[in-house]
Design a binder for this molecule. Structure first.
Ligand SMILES: C[S@@+](CC[C@H](N)C(=O)[O-])C[C@H]1O[C@@H](n2cnc3c(N)ncnc32)[C@H](O)[C@@H]1O
Length: 245
């Protein structure tokens, strides 16, 4: 019997696996008060769009951590083609295990991935490994308004019931041992270009797939995109730019 990996079928070969673009990664990187870091970890790097930006901008080794080996294989290929493989080291590792492998991190970066282990848990876990006065830049889906359209609250009520507002996430960050440098909200276009505009036709093509797990992921993805189209700016991806105290 043929087995299918829904993630590879839907996302395979995609340059980015969450909203955001190189210009946004670069912009947020420049919000930090220094650009000199000894140990850099990109947690939940996926196929490494942002890893490549960090490596190119900083010309320093970036440790790219992800639990899904095929994404890391893609990243290694992209890094080699771009001639920056000496600046990227991949690690097939659970993000939860980062402190046991990297005990003194100067910059912990994580775009669109911390939610996998819970935002609060991720910040607390990684705080143990971030050097005093080191930095954490973590993006997290966040409520931006108090009035949420019903279809949106229904979707996230089952899809991401833990989603919090910016003030709630700032309180979580402070309790986990960080001070806030700034926040940055990804513009709406960054969700569409190279992400939803690639994902939507892929998902549409997979809704009649013979494997139910592939069909379900495709249907859920189309629901997510429809929710985004009716969001009325009630939620967004927020970068929390933090310093370890
Ligand atoms: C939505 S993707 C974001 C990838 C990338 N940062 C980007 O923005 O394109 C989330 C990533 O987290 C990874 N991931 C999920 N749970 C993980 C875990 N416990 N440890 C390490 N990586 C994990 C997934 O394999 C996936 O690559």
């Amino acid at each position: 019997m043929t087995t299918y990996n829904p993630i590879d079928l839907l996302f395979g070969g995609m340059e980015k696996l969450s909203p955001g673009g190189n210009e946004h990664t670069r912009h947020v990187l420049r919000l930090l008060p220094t650009q000199q870091f000894r140990v850099i970890v990109d947690a939940g790097c996926g196929t490494g769009r942002q890893t490549m930006v960090l490596a190119q901008e900083l010309s320093t080794l970036v440790n790219a951590v992800d639990a899904h080996e095929p994404f890391l294989t893609d990243l290694s290929g992209y890094a080699k083609s771009a001639g920056i493989d000496r600046f990227i080291q991949t690690h097939c590792l659970d993000m939860q295990q980062i402190p046991s492998v990297f005990p003194q991190i100067d910059l912990l970066w994580s775009e669109g991935a911390a939610y996998n282990i819970g935002f609060a848990n991720a910040l607390t876990t990684w705080a143990a490994a971030i050097a005093k006065n080191g930095f954490a830049v973590v993006s997290e889906l966040s409520w931006l308004k108090e009035q949420i359209p019903v279809a949106v609250s229904d979707f996230f009520g089952s899809g991401y019931p833990d989603m919090k507002s910016i003030p709630q996430n700032l309180a979580i960050a402070e309790a986990a041992g960080y001070t806030l440098i700034t926040t940055y909200i990804l513009p709406k276009a960054a969700w569409i270009e190279g992400y939803y505009d690639v994902l939507e036709p892929r998902a549409t093509a997979l809704v009649s797939h013979p494997d139910s797990s592939v069909r379900n992921l495709a249907i859920e993805t189309l629901k997510e995109i429809d929710t985004f189209n009716h969001s009325e700016d009630s939620y967004g991806y927020v970068f929390y730019v933090l310093q370890r105290t």
